[in-house]
Structure formats: C-alpha cells, structure tokens
Design a protein around this ligand. Structure first.
Ligand code: G3P
Length: 215
C-alpha cells in the first residue's frame, strides 16, 4: 500500500517528502482554505514540484461542462496533477469525458461500492472512499474499502482505491489489510504511524548501556 499525504500545507509536504515514503498528495477545498491558499494554481504547482507522484486537485465548480473545462485547465498546471471530481451524476459524466482525453480523475466523496464501480467504469484512475466520514455516521467505512478492492480485483478493473478520510493510525492498518492500493493520510497521522514508545525506550536503553562501557 502506498502512502499519500492528505494536506495542502506545503511545509508539512516538504517535511514528509524527506522521509522518502510519500508517493503522492491529495488536497480538497477545505484543506486549501485551512492554509488560506487563495492562489490555487500556485499552491498546486508548488506541491507538484515537491512530490513527483500524483497530486490531486479538486474542481471548484458544479455542472458537467464547468467541471470538464476547469479540469482541462488544472491538468495543464503540472504533468503529475490528477483531477478530483465528486461522485455525483454530473461528476460521473465529467469523468467519462475527461478519461477519454487521458486526463486522470480521482473520484472523490465516494461512500459506496456502487459509486466506486460506476466511477471505475467511467474511467477514473482512482476512487476515494471516505472511511472516517462513513464511520462518523455509524457505518463501517473500511468494509466499503474492502468491498471495492475485492470487486475491482474480481473484475480486473485497473482503477486504484485510495482509502481517504483517514483519522488515526489504526485506519492505516485496516486499509493495508483491506488491500487498498493507497491510503491518503493527514500529516499528524503519518507521524503517529512511525512512533512507538517501546522504540523510544529501546533506543534510550541501548545508548545508556553502551555509554556505561564505552571509554
Ligand atoms: O481525503 C479526504 C479527506 O481530506 C477528508 O477527510 O477528515 O475531512 O473526512 P475528513
């Protein structure tokens, strides 16, 4: 399972890039607004230059023609940009149009296997089931991820599954076990994935033991 970073914070992306394990980035309008990144194009271009993998930028309009036009424009910003399109009827139609032009789409705000399946049939490169938001309303978000992965494998659909709306490290464990191709994780969750108190205690004890006998 690959790790994407789910943020529009350029400092966090630069920091995480140093770890050498971030394969892509996903943004959305809420994440952009959190950074007060009013210059959308400049921010996406900067993120695309930091991480060479797929960078998802979401359309900010509704309506098929409007989404297609904006997506075509965003796709010229950088070679590694991917267009996030919501899993609506209009989004599905826009995805079909864009896929025929070889523009990569990440079908976002995806909450069911049916939405994911239709997105894959429309030619989306990625679908993003939102695990945390499903859990929030008492559903089993990770089961939806698992169902999508199983069905895509069964029918050999090439669309990749991004476990999104990840809230804590156990979501990453479950996404990996469910067979998600990618988990897109907030920066703090990425940090939590690596930390373990026994590692810290072990490092301190090894160094202390060595210092006791070193000249
Ligand atoms: O990748 C989608 C993500 O940004 C949504 O997360 O926590 O707002 O549900 P959240």
């Amino acid at each position: 399972m690959l790790i994407f970073l789910d943020t529009a914070n350029v400092d966090q992306i630069s920091q995480a890039a140093k770890l050498g394990i971030v394969s892509g980035v996903t943004t959305n309008p809420t994440l952009m607004s959190r950074e007060k990144a009013a210059d959308y194009q400049a921010t996406i271009k900067e993120i695309c230059s930091i991480i060479p993998g797929p960078i998802s930028a979401e359309v900010l309009v509704e309506g098929v023609q409007e989404m297609v036009e904006q997506a075509r424009d965003i796709s010229t910003w950088a070679p590694n940009v991917v267009i996030k399109i919501p899993a609506t009827f209009a989004g599905l139609e826009a995805t079909s149009v864009l896929a025929k032009d070889n523009i990569k789409v990440n079908l976002t705000l995806c909450f069911s296997l049916n939405q994911a399946l239709l997105g894959a049939l429309a030619g989306a490169a990625y679908v993003s089931p939102f695990v945390g938001r499903l859990d929030d309303i008492g559903h089993d978000g990770m089961q939806v991820v698992k169902d999508i992965v199983d069905v895509f494998q069964h029918y050999q659909l090439p669309t990749q599954v991004i476990a999104a709306s990840i809230r804590h490290p156990q979501h990453c464990v479950a996404a990996a076990k469910a067979g998600a191709h990618i988990a897109t994780v907030p920066y703090d969750v990425l940090m939590q994935m690596m930390r373990h108190p026994l590692t810290d205690i072990g490092v301190a004890r090894f160094l202390a033991d060595w210092q006791r006998i070193s000249p």
